[in-house]
Design a protein around this ligand. Sequence first.
Ligand code: ACO
Length: 402
Amino acid sequence: AIDIAKLRGQSGLITLDPGFKNTGSTQSAITFLDGEQGILRYRGYDIEELAEKSNFLEVSYLLINGELPSKTQYERFSQRITTHTLVHEDIKKILDGFPSVAHPMGVLSSLICSLTAFYPNSLDPNNTQEEIELSIVRLMAKMPTFAAWAFKNKVGHPVNYPDNELDYCSNFLKMMFALPAAKYEADPVISKALDKLLILHADHEQNCSTSTVRVVGSSQASIYASISAGINALWGPLHGGANQSVIEMLEAIKADGGDSKKYLEKAKDKNDPFRLMGFGHRVYKNFDPRAKIIKKAADEVLAKLGIDDPVLNIAKELEEAALKDQYFVDRKLYPNVDFYSGIIYRALGIPTDMFTVMFALGRLPGWIAQWKEMRENGEPIGRPRQVYVGPTQRPFVPISER
Ligand code: ACO
């Protein structure tokens, strides 16, 4: 066994692995991912089966607690979440401070972080099991409210309060789309499709945002602060922000005459910074199982809603062309989860700059489960090393002599 005390203070060997391409940061029992074979499992259950037979709250329970809930456990879990959907009225004042041009991801991460102020007890690293459970319930319950409010701020409409008679997704849709003095009822086709999308995004082991949540949490910061940091990490276009970039890219191709081949060539040109958004993945080198399910769901949803989206045809053309192109084949670049998700979000009426917020809504139980596992394992503070390449020691020169 390694004697940690003896090693303390010694500089030892440092492995240099930019982007942590081959460095494991933890042992985890939450999500299994085989990038070569395109397998994704939450707590041992195949993603295909969960997407088909389960629902988002049940999958959330599974991720957070490790086992599928009994009927009573499920009812208690959903009931507790429903009870906590309302947020403190003062949070509306924070929301009001944001200009309408504010990106909803920035608003969402700020509102989640503001929970540290409304529940300061969460700052105590010695929270009891019961207190941690309550924080988790609050997060699951209030996230849809914040997400919908971030949208309302953007469009300049009054916010809607949660409707606790509704299921998780229908409540969210109502808070997003209901307008004063107009009746709104979420279409069950849309609620169901949204629920499936959330399941597909619910966890994905040690990706950028999840690692962020674990690293921030490892300093014993509050769970709210840790999740808020995860939201910010997800925002970037190389991670969750890709779903927004995909639709923007497809729209740009459409506006430019719909020539997908031209853009395929641009993506291959090393002197051009353009990348085919929604293509490639750090771990999946064969196919992304989530992309397969989403592609099928996109076809179904568009057919059910009677939508003919020309952007879907461009996406399909791009995929077909890329799968036959040696550049993409050699580098094992396939459509990832974000390639088709934006098309469904659009069909569901979700505006483009809310796409990454939808991803965050889905990823929340995964972040929570990973934060909880990190704490329960008593993992040390995350603190990577470096290889210093700056100047060696130099004498200080006073400003008058420089
Ligand atoms: N278009 C064109 N070329 C690409 C693309 C792309 N989308 N993705 C990777 N490549 C090329 C790179 O230029 C590189 O080529 P080279 O070997 O000739 O230099 C090679 O493929 C390997 O790419 P890396 O960037 O080294 O791979 P990495 O694992 O670091 O990056 C990433 C993975 C970030 C997902 C990348 O494929 C990418 O930028 N994709 C587009 C953005 C995207 O869709 N992100 C969402 C990811 S899924 C998610 O976060 C939920």
